[in-house]
Design a protein around this ligand. Structure first.
Ligand SMILES: Cc1cc2nc3c(=O)[nH]c(=O)nc-3n(C[C@H](O)[C@H](O)[C@H](O)COP(=O)(O)OP(=O)(O)OC[C@H]3O[C@@H](n4cnc5c(N)ncnc54)[C@H](O)[C@@H]3O)c2cc1C
Length: 143
């Protein structure tokens, strides 16, 4: 069973940022991604999508040259291109198309079971995004 100091679950912008900072600190880690790097941005946004946050708010490390800090709003293609460039810079150790079936903690060690093999880790960081599940308001809050 391969061991890592940190296992990150999810290779979206936050998983990539984590990988960037862990690399900087020389901490061994792997990202386990159920689909592909940046899956939600590549596949779960509509073509006419524009960010609702201006460029200056997108503060990913190493992206000063990629994303100008101005008041413009990136289109879907622009954000995907920028994030892909960022992913290339990070060059993460990532296992894509991998399904995690179980994570358990025993004696301060995490056991991660996947369909591509099992891992142990001292730390597990879940970075699977907050906004990907549909939330339907309860009827009493419907107007
Ligand atoms: C419609 C929409 C519009 C948005 N607009 C903006 C905006 O304008 N500005 C802004 O700053 N933010 C916006 N967001 C928020 C945006 O999701 C976050 O800024 C950013 O993508 C969060 O990055 P993340 O890495 O946390 O999550 P995500 O980008 O969602 O990445 C999560 C990753 O985890 C993977 N994953 C999920 N479950 C598992 C699992 N069980 N095992 C392994 N991998 C898994 C996914 O495949 C994905 O690759 C928007 C979100 C949505 C849905």
């Amino acid at each position: 069973m391969k061991h890592f100091s940190v296992v990150i679950v999810g290779a979206g912008p936050s998983g990539l940022c984590l990988s960037y900072h862990l690399k900087e600190k020389g901490i061994d880690h792997i990202i386990i991604e159920k689909k592909e790097i940046l899956h939600t941005w590549k596949n779960e946004r509509w073509d006419s999508f524009d960010l609702v946050t201006p460029n200056w708010m997108t503060l990913l490390p190493e992206t000063e040259k990629i994303i100008p800090k101005n008041n413009e709003f990136m289109s879907k293609n622009q954000i995907v291109n920028s994030l892909e460039k960022f992913a290339k810079e990070v060059n993460p150790n990532v296992l894509e198309h991998t399904v995690i079936s179980n994570i358990s903690l025993e004696d301060e060690l995490y056991y991660i079971k996947t369909d591509k093999g099992n891992f142990t880790a001292n730390n597990v960081i879940i970075s699977v995004g907050l906004f990907n599940n549909k939330k339907i308001p309860l009827p009493e809050f419907d107007t």
